[in-house]
Design a binder for this molecule. Structure first.
Ligand SMILES: Nc1ncnc2c1ncn2[C@@H]1O[C@H](COP(=O)(O)OP(=O)(O)OP(=O)(O)O)[C@@H](O)[C@H]1O
Ligand SMILES: [Mg+2]
Length: 443
């Protein structure tokens, strides 16, 4: 089953990679509405059928141009082919022929909430976690046709995330057929890319071995940040679209796709604590893992993707538990308690995780953010099929926990910081931006 990109496909990809990606904010995704009509979904499919190929094309180009022979590593080649194949599937999916009447209806503003702004989404704002100029595509520049040659200004509205087309009338069956097909294509693509993180990591290992590199340099680190950040964005858009398409089967009023408008921090934190303690007991053969105390007003909730928050909490808690156990020895009867404190502000919800695991030497602080930096002696084997979707690996050992969690935090305008007191313990601050208007960081 070997798929190979044709020369023509690679040319098309190159062409697409000249267009800037369009950033979407959490709030915009929610404004789309939880029960989109066939017409709305169709418009969203149309948006994604342009946006996703652009984002995929950027990654193919970047993988191909990686420096220092990294682009020639077999695992990097595999990942590049997945991106190219998914690109091809999206651009070759046949679109229905629409009558001019239907086309017009699709463009017509919805009159959902009784005012005409219903279809004009609130503007995405600058992501506070992105340094100006860090990424090529920024919200202000979107949609003005950078690089598409027509140089027209003021066409910002041509490739908006979507506009809701919902006039209450029936839509021709071709539209819902296309919607179904499109969602099926997305599901296939999502599955294909499940093990991208592990496979890229594998590629880095191949390169380290071949080139006798001990550590990854600034360039590779920056590439991995961009690459994994872009993957979070692509999967967010895909996951959201799939969930909205089969919304009929779901009825939780607090959910819009995979976004929960009332994500309860306390409940999620409690669950992450239990999971991390369980993994810890399992790993060290403990009867009772070190205790974790949660200080959180039960009413704190905000708009977020619960899966992202669970991931960040689980990763940081695992780190704390490991530090505590290794500092005090698994035979210890009673461990110092790790504290999780949740604060609710107007701008941010901040979660502090304080442990007494001995901290990190100051010289090693920059390293904890580099991929593959770990103080575990034996990195568990990197089986690409192992735990498909993410690095929810046992206890520790890949050196991906912190850097990936920070990307998740930054993706929606938050951040992850770490302050250590060597000889005592570590405080991790997870800032979650609750304004939800900031654009995705785009590359
Ligand atoms: N709370 C903490 N206390 C002390 N050291 C820590 C703490 N959190 C992280 N570290 C150090 O930072 C390193 C990197 O952490 P990170 O979570 O990125 O990777 P890991 O835990 O080694 O592996 P994994 O990818 O499985 O999480 C750890 O190996 C550990 O040395
Ligand atoms: Mg970890």
């Amino acid at each position: 089953m070997s798929w190979k990109a044709s020369e023509k496909l690679m040319e098309t990809i190159k062409h697409y990679s000249n267009f800037p990606a369009t950033g979407v904010s959490l709030r915009q995704m929610v404004q789309f509405g939880e029960k989109p009509s066939t017409g709305t979904l169709f418009r969203a499919s149309q948006f994604l059928s342009e946006e996703l190929p652009i984002r995929l094309a950027h990654r193919v180009q970047e993988l191909q141009e990686l420096p220092d022979g990294l682009n020639e590593m077999p695992s990097i080649g595999r990942v590049r082919d997945w991106y190219a194949q998914s690109f091809e599937e999206l651009v070759t999916l046949p679109r229905p022929k629409l009558s001019s009447e239907v086309k017009e209806r699709l463009l017509r503003p919805a009159r959902r909430h009784g005012h005409k702004e219903a279809n004009l989404l609130s503007k995405a704002t600058q992501n506070p976690s992105v340094i100006k100029g860090q990424y090529k595509s920024e919200p202000e520049h979107n949609g003005n046709g950078n690089g598409n040659g027509n140089g027209k200004r003021g066409t910002t509205l041509t490739r908006r995330y979507f506009t809701a087309a919902d006039d209450g009338l029936d839509w021709p069956p071709e539209l819902s057929m296309y919607n179904t097909q499109f969602a099926e294509t997305l599901e296939k693509i999502k599955r294909r890319h499940d093990s991208v993180v592990t496979t890229v990591a594998q590629g880095i290992l191949e390169w380290k071995r071949k080139r006798q590199r001990m550590q990854i340099d600034h360039n590779i680190q920056a590439f991995l940040d961009r690459f994994y950040m872009s993957r979070i964005g692509i999967r967010m858009l895909i996951g959201q679209h799939i969930a909205l398409t089969d919304q009929k089967s779901r009825s939780d009023p607090n959910y819009v796709g995979i976004i929960c408008t009332k994500t309860n921090v306390r409940e999620l934190a409690q669950e992450a604590i239990e999971n991390a303690r369980f993994v810890c007991e399992d790993h060290y053969g403990l009867f009772d893992a070190p205790k974790i105390q949660l200080v959180c007003n039960p009413g704190i909730s905000f708009m977020y993707v619960p899966g992202h928050l669970s991931h960040m909490l689980f990763e940081t808690l695992k780190n704390s538990l490991r530090a505590v156990v290794e500092r005090h020895g698994p035979e210890k009867e009673e461990f110092p308690v790790t504290k999780v404190i949740v604060a609710e502000g107007k701008e941010d919800i901040t979660i502090k995780i304080s442990d007494e695991g001995g901290g990190i030497p100051r010289s090693a602080i920059p390293l904890v953010w580099t991929y593959m930096y770990t103080t575990v002696d034996q990195t568990p084997s990197l089986d690409p099929d192992f735990n498909k979707s993410d690095f929810k690996a046992p206890m520790a050992g890949f050196g991906y926990g912190l850097p990936i969690s920070r990307l998740y935090a930054r993706y929606f305008g938050g951040d992850l910081k770490l302050i250590s007191m060597e000889g005592y313990g570590t405080d991790v601050y997870l800032h979650l931006n609750r304004l939800s208007s900031s654009s995705e960081p785009l590359q």
